[in-house]
Write a protein of this length. Sequence first.
Length: 286
Amino acid sequence: MTLSPYFLFTRPGGPKVRPRLKRVDKALMLNSRPIIASTVYRKSIPQRRPINVYGLMPSYTEAITKAGGIPLLIPLGLSEEALLTILDRVDGVLLPGGGDIEPELYDPHRHPMVYGIDPERDRTEMIVARTAVSRRMPFLAICRGIQVLNVALGGSLWQDIASQIPGSLDHNASDDEPRNHLAHSVKIETDSALAGLVGKTQSWVNSYHHQALSDLAPNLVVTAVAEDGVIEAVELAGHPFAVGVQWHPENLVDDDLAMLAIFGGLVEAARKGAPEYAGGPPAIAG
């Protein structure tokens, strides 16, 4: 008989509660492929009758697959309860790149260069990020994702690097450049989980962002910076695997095995499973 990696658990003889998925013996899971859930973005497909779709660049799902995981997409528009149910059933989380976050979530003043806001995506990803942190689920946050993580935990953003950080590099490469174009180098902290994954303390990376982390959220630790001081990577202190990077490693996995190793770290942590979380799902700010 094939055992499911999960079973429903209720306390025998106890009061009726919402069943919560519990993991079976982790030894049974070591050779399985963990499920990595990723949020998505909304796009309009131009055709004779345009349609809106939820999607994700294939490079994300391909990188997860190459690292040994199984990608699963989380659509927008779900209730908080539905999102928590999905997170009950997966092993890790990916927060991908995309448009800007609504400035009202971290700053009362809106910069004129802010664009691409999707309130429903903001709501969805704030819930997913806070839940992954509270439940100590392994997660990787990329580009917009690292910004979502910082805002979700109480930090803020530079809304436009070029106009707000004097002397900054050009962090927003032209659309004419290939996605694996190496734009600048980053310095990685020696004792960080990121350095352990990539096996080096300096790396050239691609760059497709016009915003960046400003005030750091509590418990986030800077683990990489660009030559101009812009924050390029963070980790969450005390979390089994919580890594955020400002560049796009999913576009570099075929050129640099170190970038694939970042996804490998996520998949391996997800395979081992998150430690039991205490106190149930987190309270989500409205």
